[in-house]
Design a protein around this ligand. Sequence first.
Ligand code: PEP
Ligand code: MG
Length: 890
Amino acid sequence: MTNWVYSFGGGKAEGSARDRDKLGGKGANLAEMARLSLPVPPGFTVATDVCRHFYANAKALPDGLEREVAQALETLERQTGREFGGAGKPLLVSVRSGSRESMPGMLDTVLNLGLNDKSVEALAKASGDATFAYDSYRRFIQMYAGVVLGLDHSVFEDIIDSVKQESGATRDGELTADHWRTVIDGYKAAVIDELDEEFPQDATEQLWGAIRAVLKSWMNPRALTFRALHNIPEGWGTAVTVQSMVFGNRGEGSATGVVFTRDPASGEDCLYGEFLPNAQGEDIVAGLRTPHPLSKAQASSGDAVSMEDAMPVTFQELKDVAKRLENHYREMQDIEFTIEAGKLWLLQTRDGKRSARAAIRIAVSMAEKGLISKTEALRRIDPASLEQLLHPAISPDVERIVIGRGLPASPGAATGEIVFTSEEAVEAHGAGRKTILVRPETSPEDIHGMHASEGILTIHGGTTSHAAVVARGMGKPCISGAGAVRINAEKGTMLAGGRTLHAGEVITIDGTKGEVLLGALPMVQPELSGDFGQLMEWADGIRRMKVRANAETPEDALTAREFGAEGLGLCRTERMFNDDEKLRAVREFILADGGAARDGALADMQAMQEADFLELFEIMRGMPVTIRLFDPPLHEFLPRPGREMEHAAEAMGIDVERIRQRAEDLHEINPMLGNRGVRLAICYPEVIEMQARAIFEAVMKAGEKTGKKVVPEIMVPLVAYERELKFIKDRIDVIAKAVMEKWGTEIQYLVGTMIELPRAAIRADKIAESADFFSFGTNDLTQSTFGISRDDAGLYLNEYLRKGVIDRDPFITIDVEGVGEFVQMAAERGQRTRPDITLGICGEHGGDPASIHFCETVGLHYVSCSPYRVPVARLAAAQATLANGTDERA
Ligand code: PEP
Ligand code: MG
């Protein structure tokens, strides 16, 4: 193996699929395909080390590279029997980028390189097709001038337009070799005009220009944005693959296309893709011509002739190759191919991007067929992507006013205001508005807008166009190629289904069906059975940690159960006082001067809490339910000054001044660090005594109703001193005793605490003396460890992220080195005092896959998260078990 350059072709290759770090995904897979003796046009790959050297050395290329490229070119000439840049049978090459992870459309490419005034004639002679030769030359000049010389393509469009006008042609395809010669002369003159230099005729000079341009494109703004969005390190660099050209635009026996070995939207095991007869690959990728379907099955929905019909023999060959590649990689492949005069060539293969639904279908079916193991199937699914599937689809029984149709490019449904530019999408997103981005087609420049919108609708392009591929990756619904919709960008309107819609009007897109619908439509929960259920079952069989949910309403508890929660890990009782009647009781308690009024208000609150707990216990049917005692500062329950206070005073029949005065008494400069949690309980023990009574009464009643024993877990928030917890636990025990005496039965219950302050973590061994369990409240623990207000952190943490001071928002993914250290310490110290102490987490991190991995390493017994993230947590917990080697079966 040489240092910088790796050749492939003719059944041999230096390097293989294992070398993607060095050769980039494209180069590595081309090498692999060559080794498999698949029909790959020969070529060579300049390794990513060159890119790293380039940026580390003021854009200088390394010594020895020139010699190695020259040698590789000689080999290529020998393999193809062609000559590079000379008058013999010409060798033309493509020069393409290739990063370790695919960055579709972000980096530059040059095709047809090696053409000059001499070789174009040779190409015309060798191919017997002068029109093709001169068309290729003008394409090359156009591309090279744009990518390498930095000229704006509008210069060239004007030239083609004027030749077309003079000749009376309406399409490029009508132009003859002579016309193209005129165009080429115009192009070359334009280059001199703009740059004061000739278009390079020397093929080697062209090649070095293109190699440098591809390397430079690693740092272009869209690549920088893409890498930031996908966490791709700058240091990876891009490889540059130089490959002999094959032509899909050599007339009717030629074509270009993209094939997925499975349907990327549904995951079904069938060839899926598109092709364009008599065209070059860039025509498909750019979405400028709407391609034809690949198979007859796909074609049934439209009238375009499929490849299976038009080229049955080559189609079968493609099908065989696709299966072979999928079996070889044991993964669904996305393959680019070209057919030149009836001969099939493979230009690229990579793991295919797919919707979350398809990812599950594919992983489960491959595992069921024994192609991969069940644990491999579990590893392949990104837990965060499951959330896509849990999101609502359009309710089946509502009336749909279809105003347009296109290709179902990325599944799911979304509603939003129409925007016609990415800038508007970003702006609206910033203002908290939801949008659908409507574009003729998208380009890499639209990444920001696609990110900021709920869904994407394009007029042109197929299911492998930029919009489709990127939207699927982002998990956003997308419809592409909605050809009947017309956009009038100037007026800010679109014409769809005979209606004129303005920017700002609301539409819904159904990316699963490809339908554009008028207005906002009601949505329903998706079906969680089938492959999804199977995957979850495998995950549940592997994971060590339990998964609970944070829920306090019956609806949330029901959703949590449906998604597989094994209990409630956090029921925030203060959130249960959310309707007018309940608020009134709390306010009366706060405003009462004592005595009967206060007792009356407490009795009302107890009745309400008891009913709510009873409902939760019934829904959870004996599963663990952790009820957290009252947490927030009292003044949060008082109405805000002004109209709110006046209304409340009127409703309660008291003087507004009294409310104002009480609010002033309770006012705190910094309520987050104020009288909340256990502190409030120590100041007003009657509140938590009331809650304890409500819990125990509900336990008795639920037991009677369901026949299931309920063991409530009563959780005390914001404890710092061991004596705080002791103080509260003693009171809970007294209440428990009283209720047990009243009912004449034993009640089993646990009392524990949240660990959400550094002092609590440090004193965990002492705190554990009164705690049956610890639940890590990592929202507050992050806040108190950093001294950052969790409510305002976004103001500056985003800036930290942008400037690379931090990689992750610590409120989303746990800060392992700091906050994690406290968690680890508290777990160890708690277990030292009480080896059987139960350990869980109920901060937001409990639903974040990376944080769940951390929880596994600490040995927590469960994670608790919002109901919608329960499946995410089930899978992430299984992956964590596998990664940590804590599963004996793996
Ligand atoms: C926490 O602090 O992590 C927690 C779960 O409690 P809350 O978010 O209610 O403060
Ligand atoms: Mg908290």
